[in-house]
Write a protein that binds this ligand. Structure first.
Ligand SMILES: Cc1cc2nc3c(=O)[nH]c(=O)nc-3n(C[C@H](O)[C@H](O)[C@H](O)COP(=O)(O)OP(=O)(O)OC[C@H]3O[C@@H](n4cnc5c(N)ncnc54)[C@H](O)[C@@H]3O)c2cc1C
Length: 352
């Protein structure tokens, strides 16, 4: 019998299975390899300072070092490179933005991230700049690469089945669950935004956000060599070979993975306001971020079925949140830690 059946191999399922395996648990992942799952289209960025107000990311001091250590550990295990230290370069288009940057850089706890602020143009390829500011401590994780390497690793150990999990096939026994003749002591759902349709957890307040992005080719930028990611109203992230990830949009109503001409136009306006060198659009895609109403992860066991759990709600920050909270959840599942209240799904138990 398996200890855990895990549904979904995005970042959540990957990290949860990783930490459970470290505890010598017998696990089996079921994943349908959806090519547009959030973890497969993500820009893979861990950015310690976010938003126009340049605020430190929630629990950055704890989550970022933890994530960095464990992404490196996973690289070693899989013998594959997918995680890279990066500097964020914020292009500042007016004096107010420049002043905000200066002010924040002097604040306690922020100084270590702000490494260089200049009131001059950053690079001749960009326009409308009064200056730029550099923020250190960011990381780019090539999430499709991570997911496919880890998948192969699990498949070799017979730890993953590529299949669509149908909730109607789940049999709940007194102290275990059975799916297609496979029995496990526990089942944990990590289906990303698809958890909205999970009959056991659809009461959780999911607020998924569709995001669209472009892949463009721009020669003569050379940001890859300098290990830099550009940020203003959009993010320009080097993918290698003169290709850049450019995104992204936010849409809460039309929740599908179909690229729209409206989003394309919005992204192109931003890109034209940013770049003054020619570029070529290579691709345009969309994905859905599995966000929670209060923007905090969903961790926990079902109030009525104690051997059924969920790890979700990673929203816009799955790359930095998933290692730490998967580790915490695995420890909770094995009765080694008490679940942190802020992420415990019992905060929404009244909705069931
Ligand atoms: C455009 C975009 C850009 C983003 N950029 C960033 C970023 O730069 N940094 C960052 O931190 N976060 C980013 N995110 C968010 C990040 O991608 C998510 O937080 C994270 O990937 C969520 O991981 P997950 O494992 O919870 O869900 P998912 O990645 O959606 O994984 C769920 C998995 O479950 C599978 N599945 C679902 N239902 C079933 C079923 N019934 N049977 C079998 N398999 C099933 C799916 O195929 C998938 O493989 C971005 C998201 C988008 C859409």
């Amino acid at each position: 019998m398996h200890d855990y059946l895990i549904i979904g191999q995005g970042l959540a399922g990957t990290w949860l299975s990783y930490f459970l395996l470290q505890k010598n648990k017998k696990i089996l992942l079921i994943d349908d390899a959806h090519p547009l799952a959030a973890s497969r289209v993500s820009s893979g960025l861990m950015n310690p300072i976010t938003g126009r107000k340049l605020v430190k990311s929630w629990r950055a001091e704890t989550l970022f070092p933890f994530a960095k250590t464990h992404y490196r550990e996973l690289e070693d295990l899989l013998q594959t490179r997918f995680c890279y230290d990066r500097t964020m370069v914020w292009l500042l288009s007016n004096v107010k933005e420049l002043n905000t940057f200066w002010a924040r850089s002097g604040e306690e706890g922020y100084d270590k991230y702000f490494k260089n602020i200049q009131n001059e143009a950053f690079h001749p390829a960009f326009k409308n700049e009064v200056g730029f500011g550099e923020i250190s401590g960011a990381m780019f994780v090539n999430t499709p690469q991570l997911l496919s390497s880890y998948r192969q690793h699990l498949q070799k150990k017979k730890g993953l089945i590529e299949a669509k999990f149908d909730y109607n096939d789940l049999i709940l026994n007194e102290k275990s669950v059975t799916w297609q003749g496979i029995e496990a002591k526990n089942i944990i759902f990590c289906e990303g935004h698809q958890s909205r349709f999970n009959p056991y957890f659809n009461w959780l307040p999911f607020v998924p956000a569709k995001g669209e992005f472009l892949i463009v080719e721009a020669k003569d930028l050379d940001l890859e060599k300098a290990q830099q990611i550009i940020k203003n109203k959009i993010t320009l992230l080097p993918l290698g070979n003169d290709r850049y990830w450019v995104g992204s949009t936010y849409e809460w109503k039309e929740l599908n993975e179909i690229p729209t001409s409206k989003a394309r136009q919005d992204l192109l306006i931003q890109l034209d306001n940013t770049l003054q060198i020619p570029y070529k659009i290579l691709d345009h895609q969309a994905g859905i971020r599995p966000s929670a109403k209060d923007r905090r992860p969903f961790l926990g066991l079902h109030p009525q079925y104690p051997n059924m759990g969920i790890f979700n709600g990673l929203g816009t920050k799955g790359v930095s949140l998933s290692p730490y909270f998967a580790h915490h959840f695995a420890a909770y599942l094995e009765s080694e830690e008490v679940l942190q209240k802020e992420v415990d799904i019992r905060r929404y138990e009244m909705l069931i």
